[in-house]
Design a protein around this ligand. Structure first.
Ligand SMILES: Cc1cc2nc3c(=O)[nH]c(=O)nc-3n(C[C@H](O)[C@H](O)[C@H](O)COP(=O)(O)O)c2cc1C
Length: 220
């Protein structure tokens, strides 16, 4: 698989088969991902990967918990901006539409959204966090690392879904994996597994902004 194929075939997968993911594969992917770039070569990302019993136990704790207050961080500020809100609404319409869930069916929408707790059935979950003193540039480094992982997972025939939703349970997660809430902020989860090819939620079309609406070329 070349890079273009990995980029084109990656999508956020929200239904998985039960096929497990081996430690060897994950170590190979995460070892390669160490070469992701970061400002000042800080490599600010840190993570814990769970599967099997530790993952089940975490999911049980999250199911028994309420979303935390105060929030770990806010991810929905762009919703105040009409074009960004429109993109979110288009995503919702495409995703729920693919599953035959009506816009007005708040209960079914919430039920699907709650499936974030079990990472949509993925057999492995990576949770990533960074020390609290890091700022926006280091958060962006974390994103580059995650995308590197997601592309390398494609090369291994694996799929993923980033889950900032997990930040609603950041303290429960950190407590479970033994990471200090005082010193670390949790960014997101990354569900990892094999895509369920039959699931309509894995095949809907994702809208993207046209190239010339997001990049300007000067001097060519
Ligand atoms: C940092 C980050 C956090 C995300 N969090 C969630 C999440 O909590 N739950 C979810 O279903 N999708 C989540 N997504 C997936 C996005 O909705 C998805 O990337 C976007 O709609 C584009 O679709 P694609 O990934 O299939 O190309 C997240 C994506 C990123 C990059």
């Amino acid at each position: 698989m070349n890079v273009s194929e990995a980029v084109a075939s990656r999508r956020s997968i929200r239904a998985y088969t039960e096929e497990p993911v081996s430690l060897d594969t994950l170590r190979r992917v995460l070892d390669k991902a160490r070469m992701a770039p970061s400002g000042c070569n800080f490599q600010p990302w840190q993570a814990t990967v769970l599967t099997g019993e530790p993952l089940k136990a975490l999911q049980t704790k999250m199911l028994a918990s309420e979303p935390q207050d105060p929030v770990e961080y806010s991810w929905d500020a762009p919703n105040q901006s009409p074009p960004h809100l429109a993109r979110l609404q288009t995503l919702g319409a495409s995703m729920y539409g693919a599953m035959g869930i009506a816009r007005a069916d708040a209960e079914a929408r919430k039920k699907f959204s709650d499936a974030n707790i079990v990472s949509f059935g993925a057999p492995a979950l990576l949770v990533c966090y960074l020390e609290r003193f890091h700022e926006a540039p280091q958060w962006s480094d974390m994103g580059m690392w995650l995308q590197t992982i997601m592309l390398l997972l494609r090369e291994e025939g694996l799929d993923s879904c980033p889950q900032e939703w997990m930040a609603m349970f950041a303290r429960v997660i950190k407590d479970h994996i033994g990471v200090s809430d005082e010193s670390h902020i949790l960014f997101c989860g990354l569900a990892i597994g094999h895509r369920d090819e039959q699931a309509s939620v894995n095949t809907f079309e994702r809208e993207r902004v046209a190239l010339d609406d997001q990049v300007r070329f000067l001097g060519f």
